[in-house]
Design a protein around this ligand. Structure first.
Ligand code: FAD
Length: 319
């Protein structure tokens, strides 16, 4: 059996990557301490033999169970799948870029207002709002690429939540006046002929300022939105999906919910519990789909079949 993984984030890892990549986790069994990033890296290494297809930076928008028990799934990037089983591991919702709260500015979204790095046409005045690695790395990359009329990073404090090497590289460019930094907040904008032309700011000292703006990049963090999951007819209970705690199946056959998104008596939102739920639901789904192959539980230490799947010994089926 093969799996497709779909996530709104540009990289796998959910909360561990989006919310606490560098914080230590102390309660993963047999791993006394690792950061969120390290845990995800280890998990990706462990699943590599199974080669799941990753479809990132897109929302699952539609989940429609069919009369024949298959499930139709569609994403915001236009992909569609017909699957026999679906595992919803939607956590606290899809992590989406936090929008700039200036009324009307979203009209420029995708043309002059962006939430992901890109290379704008030459000669433009670029404004980057944010203080993360992405914000600073983008400013550095734009300078290295060359051709911008100006590159200005704006954040309310002259402090960055970024990798030390990136902060130092950005500081060097600032010192040489290749990029600018202003401690300020965006308060408004100007436009002419349907084009964004300038951004209004209030500096931390309270002074108003207007900067020319041809492209505006906002890296204001991510916020989880339950979004479409609420529309899939899953009988949500306080934004959680009720499941059978022995199989983690929802009230729809072959549709499972694991991890923080599900609810059952005495539920604990822990990574360890998510691993257990995923294991139990995967076994249940496999038994449903391939009843003829449902046999005794096999151990990775001793099972030849599992060693083949892990690529430790040749799989005669693939030769
Ligand atoms: C600061 C912090 C520290 C923590 N420390 C610990 C700890 O020490 N130990 C521990 O066990 N737990 C800890 N946790 C909790 C742990 O991170 C969660 O239990 C775990 O991440 C849940 O995993 P999940 O896969 O269920 O959901 P998530 O990690 O939330 O992942 C859900 C994913 O689904 C995606 N998604 C949702 N809806 C859609 C959609 N419609 N389309 C596409 N993608 C979608 C999201 O983008 C996200 O990537 C901590 C949590 C936080 C916030």
């Amino acid at each position: 059996m093969r799996a497709h993984v779909i996530d709104a984030l540009p990289a796998p890892g959910g909360q561990c990557i989006a919310l606490y990549p560098d914080k230590p986790i102390y309660d993963i069994p047999a791993v006394p301490v690792c950061t969120g990033r390290e845990l995800v890296a280890r998990l990706l290494e462990q699943i590599r033999p199974f080669a799941p297809s990753m479809h990132l930076s897109q929302l699952v928008t539609e989940v429609i169970p069919q009369a024949d028990q298959s499930i139709h799934v569609r994403t915001s990037a236009g992909l569609s799948f017909v699957t026999q089983t679906l595992f919803i591991a939607g956590g606290v919702g899809a992590f989406l870029p936090r929008a700039l709260a200036l009324p009307g500015i979203q009209a420029f979204s995708g043309t002059q207002l962006h939430t992901a790095p890109s290379l704008p046409p030459p000669g433009q005045h670029i404004i980057i709002l944010g203080q993360s690695d992405t914000a600073l790395e983008h400013a550095i990359a734009l300078h290295q690429h060359g051709g911008c009329a100006s590159i200005t990073v704006i954040h309310r404090r002259d402090q960055f939540d970024a990798n030390q090497a990136t902060v130092l590289a950005f500081a060097a460019l600032r010192q040489d006046h290749h990029v600018s930094f202003i401690a300020a907040q965006a308060t408004g904008f100007e436009h002419r002929n349907n084009r964004l032309t300038a951004l209004h700011l209030a500096t931390t000292q309270g002074h108003p300022l207007t900067l020319p703006a041809d492209s505006l990049y906002t890296y204001l963090g991510l916020s989880p939105k339950l979004g479409p999951i609420a529309d899939w007819g899953l009988n949500l209970d306080h934004k959680q999906i009720p499941v059978d705690p022995t199989t983690f199946q929802t009230h729809t056959p072959r549709l499972y919910a694991v991890g923080d998104i599900n609810t059952y008596p005495h539920k604990k939102k822990l990574i360890l519990c998510g691993f257990h739920e995923a294991t139990m639901s995967a076994h249940h789904a496999a038994d449903q789909l391939r009843p003829e192959s449902a046999g005794p539980l096999q151990y990775t230490t001793t099972s030849k079949k599992l060693h083949q799947l892990l690529g430790l010994i040749p799989d005669p089926a693939s030769t």
